[in-house]
Ligand binder design. Sequence first.
Ligand SMILES: [Zn+2]
Length: 318
Amino acid sequence: MAIDFEKAGKSIQDIVIDTDAGPLFAGRLCVVNNGPGSRVLVVAGIHGDEYEAQLALHRLVARLDADSVRGRLIVVPEANFPASANGTRCAPSDGANMNRTFPGDRAGTPTERLAAFLFHDVLPEADLLIDVHSGGPGYKGEAIAFAFHGPACRVPEAEVVRMMEAFSLPYITWQDGIASTFVGAAAAAGTAAIELEGAGTTLIEEGNVDVFADALLRGLVHFGVLAGDPPAGGTVSRHLDVRPENMFEADVPGLLEHRVRMGQRVETGDLVAVIHPFGGFDGPPHRVEARAPGIVISQRSLLRVASGDCLGNTGTPR
Ligand SMILES: [Zn+2]
């Protein structure tokens, strides 16, 4: 059943994807239409276990009615419903990382088909994409916004930067995009895209839904698609560069012990973590040192690490 993106007022509609095994129910989306104006798509749950983001979008849906929107707002709280329903990052049917499958494949695996639905059917109905992630069980992060833009994008780049600042999150990061993510593929296809990240770990800590819910309200009111006053609070965002040398990586397997705190400033060469070998009696733990100066904005929240795992990262103030 196709989605009716033109339906007047607020509607909640089922997402059903055709697969080789038959129709797959893939959650619901909310469409609100109210006259001319901006068209914005907000999604969460591309990684199914990033629940703060999904709950923030459900809170947004609950407060929406036709009168509160100017133009069109589409909200997809569980963009990878099979994964969300299973409590995992990826869908159990194919194990694919959805955020490396865009623009998707209508003849592919269930995850690839769902990505194709989001990319080919939903994305063209909006001029701006906001894709909300959170740390999941494996990472804990400061709240950040980052954006991707291309020459064909209908929303000017300067407006996208103002939009990122309107979220009033602690940080705006500048980093290279990945073409197979939803935001990367969207920007290349002409829809400016902003990703929000932050929170995470194995429980929802106090305030970690609020941070996304409030940021979205501020951004959507700024953009003009939502009427009303934005919530108080927030902050003036600091702009950070995140490059490969800002990443902390495990060279050996073992047990991770962080030696810095989130938000801490580090210099090149500072000890940021140690890795203790499993059952090791020989020698000192392996040292992980910062390869660039910066502020710690993400840290791994799982104790055991394998060689090559990302342990966290900094951003270098611009
Ligand atoms: Zn994610």
